[in-house]
Design a protein around this ligand. Structure first.
Ligand SMILES: [Zn+2]
Ligand SMILES: [Zn+2]
Length: 449
């Protein structure tokens, strides 16, 4: 088998793996780097030639974001994915087009949008939904290969992938979470041995087991939210539109039923509110997630009225569940944050990782009393609101991944989707299993396995 990591900058970025085995050439995921702009954000797609099929693990943009470009280059080539992803992918991508069109104007990025609504339409016709745990066999020139999807937790529709070929069986973890969430069950991977495991390494540098702390972190978060609003303040919760916003609303709904949630207004905004409709549909059609739209009604969620002049206009007090999770410029979470940061009654609570270069990451690194610049509005705020971070990661803890690899007993382990220090931890830890050969692939270098 030949394996090439197309994520040019390494780390967690434009995830994409190219595999050649027997008669087949296939791609797993085609993401977009969240921090880079323009063509710099793309994986090294020039390596992808004569593809026979593509597999999409899930709809976060670091896995999905450049798929329309691949689909345009390989019209008619099937893209295998889960049923929820077939519903979610076009919606996520249309939002990307809108963001890129805006950035073209605002930042003058000439190559934006990198793809159009027509490309998304074409891609939609190439999507071939597979049921979990139902193998699909593909034949070519007397050779055959079998693809099986397994639920990988993490987010609605997310899949781990088993690709079985006579030369080698390969298991791709994709982004994986074993813990159950309120809206989604954890990964369900059968006991099996394989030849090659391609694993995510996101939490490799994080010592703390996420699973043990999850319930306590939720408790700490909810208590902090209640404290803010009971004191008459406003609480902003920047969340990812896909998965995290719906999970948070489901948790708040449970809390309301148990009489714990104070009777204050809840406001939502951004792409996440659209995704609510899609989650309701997926929940009804597939039963693969637990989410109903009536939650919105029962919580009396109102669309957030965003300040016209962020930083100057006041916003109505309450709980704001807003995308983006990293408080990227011009998003609802960024706009409302500008209006509430200057009062000690208010708070901003981050539920997960923020890249240090994003406004969310920069704000997290600040202290109370520091000044924080909202550049697009040329507005400098003194940080008086309470800023806290909660570790509610959507990724498996590193020891869980090591256990999974050990159970699968492969000849080769290929590391992906993690920063350099995270991969170092996995390389060192997995080295104790002398039967495994560990590959930490240099981007754009082809490994023969
Ligand atoms: Zn993901
Ligand atoms: Zn990812």
């Amino acid at each position: 088998m030949k394996y090439t990591d197309l994520n040019r900058l390494g780390g967690i970025g434009a995830n994409s793996s190219l595999v050649e085995i027997g008669q087949f050439k296939y791609l797993v995921d085609a993401g977009l780097h969240p921090k880079e702009v323009g063509n710099e954000a793309l994986p090294a797609l020039e390596f992808a030639k004569d593809l026979d099929f593509i597999i999409l693990t899930h709809c976060h943009l670091d896995h999905l974001g450049s798929l329309p470009i691949v689909a345009r280059r390989f019209p008619g080539v099937p893209i295998y994915t889960s049923q929820p992803n077939k519903t979610l992918a076009p919606r996520m991508l249309r939002n990307s087009v809108n963001v890129m069109k805006r950035q073209r104007k605002e930042l003058g990025i000439a190559e934006y949008p990198l793809f159009t609504y027509s490309d998304i339409d074409r891609l939609r016709n190439q999507l071939r939904p597979l049921r979990f745990e139902r193998p699909e066999t593909i034949h070519k020139n007397g050779d055959e290969i079998e693809i099986t999807l397994y639920p990988s937790g993490h987010v609605a529709g997310a899949a781990s992938i088993l690709v079985d070929h006579a030369d080698a069986s390969t298991f791709f973890t994709g982004d994986i979470l074993f813990d159950d969430l309120t809206t989604l069950s954890g990964a369900s991977i059968p006991n099996m041995e394989v030849d090659i495991v391609v694993t995510e390494t996101t939490r490799g540098r994080t010592d703390r087991p996420a699973s043990q702390q999850r319930a306590a972190e939720w408790e700490r978060l909810l208590n902090s939210v209640y404290k803010t609003v009971e004191n008459g303040g406003t609480c902003v919760l920047p969340v990812f539109a896909l998965g995290r916003m719906q999970e948070l609303l489901a948790v708040l709904h449970k809390e309301r039923k148990q009489g714990r949630l104070p009777r204050v207004p809840i406001f939502c905004g951004g792409l996440g509110m659209d995704i609510v409709d899609y989650f309701d549909q997926i929940s009804r059609e597939t039963g693969l997630i637990r989410f109903r739209k009536k939650i919105i009604k029962e919580l009396n969620v109102q669309p957030a009225r965003l300040p016209q002049r962020p930083g100057k206009d006041k916003v109505a007090p309450g709980i704001y569940v807003l995308s983006s999770g990293m408080m990227v410029e011009h998003t609802p979470s960024y706009q409302v944050a500008a209006s509430i940061l200057g009062s000690e009654k208010n708070s901003i609570y981050f539920l997960g990782y923020c890249d240090p270069d994003t406004p969310g990451g920069k704000l997290k690194a600040c202290e109370k009393g520091d000044e924080f610049l909202f550049e697009p509005y040329d507005y400098m705020a003194e940080i008086k609101a309470e800023i806290l971070s909660f570790d509610l990661s959507g990724h498996a803890d590193r020891d869980e991944i090591v256990n999974l690899v050990e159970r699968m007993n492969p000849y080769h382990v290929i590391l992906t989707h993690g920063d350099a220090d995270a991969r170092t931890w996995f390389t060192e830890t997995l080295a104790k299993f002398e039967s495994f050969k560990i590959v930490n692939p240099e981007p754009q270098q082809t490994f023969l396995i």
